[in-house]
Design a protein around this ligand. Sequence first.
Ligand code: IMP
Ligand code: MG
Length: 183
Amino acid sequence: MNATTSDPRLAGRTVRRVAFDEARIAERVRELGDEISRAYPDGDLLVLGLLKGSFIFLSDLVRQITRPLQVDFLVAASYGDATVSSGTVNLVYDPETRIEGKHILLVEDIVDSGRTLNRLMDLLGVRKPKSLAICALLHKHIATELRYPTAFVGFAAPNEFLVGYGLDHAENFRHLPYIASLQ
Ligand code: IMP
Ligand code: MG
């Protein structure tokens, strides 16, 4: 999509291509909302967004879920400014909301190596949730290290570095309404 090279949001950077445009994302998020609404017919549902990458996806997703729910966040630091995972995951913000006895849906922007999710799922699992599941907008499917199933996945991601719709490169490009691969 050539239009993106002249997108003023990019500050002169060019994107290689738009992987998922706005309309496609919106359609898939609606489907995920339906799937999730059906998957939890009863019980308390706590949607836990992993900041910062999931903030746009999470806000669109919860508005497509047609059952009661609560929202809280987790902040894990793993990447810094690099485009390669460092492997260490620190919890910088822990949710204040009670987890015990609730259905916990952990919402992640993208599964790459799977290390972040392994660590967070380990952490949350010991807090006695009624159930614990992952919803990822994107999955690179190269996450050989991921020890947990991904119950809800938006898209299979190409093995490229992606930005937009919450995903960043050194904190830039999170506000792009589409998902693109960087040049
Ligand atoms: P993992 O622990 O290797 O699975 O890394 C997951 C985290 O790395 C995601 O939550 C993102 O913040 C970041 N990440 C992985 N791949 C990409 C990408 O293509 N673009 C932007 N961020 C990415
Ligand atoms: Mg990131």
